[in-house]
Design a protein around this ligand. Structure first.
Ligand code: NAI
Length: 372
């Protein structure tokens, strides 16, 4: 149990918590935070990394190893223990950001939805501890565990059990399902295609294209918006269709390549780290707001008004969904505004082929989570 002085010091610290830190994603992500965060954000504040996992031996070893890395980011190990019943309390108290990769990953032949029951139980338990120990008016919760499309509603429902939480804290503005890996894949698959086909793209050799991705985070709920990426302008419709399919099902390539030993871990750690850096900069006051795309609640949030008439009907259907992966402006107080305008800029195929399928399947995924 930390003493009062330690708790006082923690209040002036950016405390980053990883729940499920001994796993494939948890370890690689924690390594990036411990070894690289120091080089990419400006900070006069202490940064502390608190790592929790139910696998006691694994997390102790991981933290012992990482504690030899020469950066000023401090680190602590937490695990359930007969002697210390307060391990999650110690880990979560005064947390600024909680990342959740706790759960089971896919095996060949499994979809993300097959993980639902086990992972819904795990994230529900962890959410109860977050409710108990974190300051819900300050915390940012970043969910990695799959299926994101259903688990974000599970977490939100956990908060809704206690009406005063949603009313007093606006926690729905602080909860984000990390879908960054889809856009990471869009960028690298496009860059590889351009290089392999020796196409003209307007990109410098060391420049990466940015491919916005909206919708959900599973199969055909993923909508890569190549029309919004000028580097893709010289690709044929067939080449774009292949890229769309590869982004939607890219995770399967890794599950197959790992032959039953898990799913994406390194590319996911990289993708979550990219998102985490933005949140740390926001908390440190290095920026006033940030724009990120993630799977978020659409309820009680401001929307920009300039919705073209053609998009209105779909807009109302998206609103009926409650959750969607879409760009949003986030301040220290949480999500400030959702950038719905991206829907208006979709091209014919994205709007008429990809979006309706996404909406139908995403609805099913969300209902699964909401009825857990
Ligand atoms: P892993 O099995 O290597 O690691 C999971 C870790 O969670 C293990 O160390 C395990 O001991 C721990 N854990 C289990 N129950 C726990 C609990 N109640 N409290 C704390 N820790 C607990 O799995 P991996 O590969 O790291 O994947 C983690 C999750 O991330 C999976 O659900 C996977 O599907 C998902 N994922 C998400 C992606 C995304 O784009 N959002 C991409 C790839 C995977």
């Amino acid at each position: 149990m930390p003493d009062a002085a330690v708790l006082e010091q923690e209040k002036d610290t950016v405390k980053i918590v990883v729940l499920g830190a001994a796993g494939g994603i948890g370890q690689s992500l924690s390594l990036l935070i411990k070894s690289q965060l120091y080089y990419v954000v400006r900070s006069n504040k202490r940064i502390h990394l608190a790592l929790y996992d139910i696998n006691r031996d694994a997390i102790s070893g991981v933290v012992a190893d990482m504690s030899h890395i020469d950066t000023p980011i401090t680190i602590s190990a937490h695990y359930p223990d007969e002697e210390n019943k307060e391990s999650l309390k110690d880990c979560l108290t005064n947390a600024s950001i909680v990342l959740i990769p706790a759960g089971v990953p896919r095996k060949p032949g499994m979809t993300r939805d097959d993980l639902f029951k086990v992972n819904a139980g795990i994230v529900s338990q962890l959410t109860d501890s977050i409710i108990k120990y974190c300051d819900l008016k300050k915390i940012f919760i970043l969910l990695i565990s799959n299926p994101i499309n259903s688990l974000i509603p599970v977490i939100m429902n956990r908060f809704k059990y206690n009406e005063s939480i949603t009313k007093d804290t606006n926690i729905e503005k602080r909860l984000f399902g990390i879908t960054t890996l889809d856009s990471t894949r869009g960028s690298i698959f496009l860059k590889d295609t351009i290089n392999n086909l020796k196409l003209t793209s307007g990109l410098q050799v060391m420049e990466m294209p940015h491919v916005p991705v909206i919708g959900g985070h599973s199969g055909d709920t993923i909508i890569p918006v190549f029309s919004q990426c000028s580097a893709a302008d010289n690709l044929s419709q067939d080449q774009i269709s292949n890229l769309i399919n590869r982004v939607q099902y890219g995770g399967d390539e890794i599950v197959l390549a790992k032959k039953g030993k898990g799913s994406a871990t390194l590319s996911m750690a990289h993708s979550s780290f990219k998102m985490l850096i933005k949140f740390v900069d926001l908390i440190l006051g290095n920026c006033n707001d940030l724009t990120i795309t993630s799977f978020i609640s659409l309820k009680n949030l401001n929307q920009d008004n300039e919705i073209a008439s053609g998009g209105k009907e779909l807009m109302s259907r998206i609103n009926n969904l409650n959750y969607f992966a879409i760009p949003a402006i986030v301040t220290i107080n949480g999500i400030k505004e959702i950038k719905f305008k991206i829907i208006d800029y979709l091209n014919y195929n994205e709007f008429n082929d990809l979006l309706p399928i996404c909406l139908k399947n995403l609805k099913t995924n969300i209902v699964t989570g909401e009825s857990f």
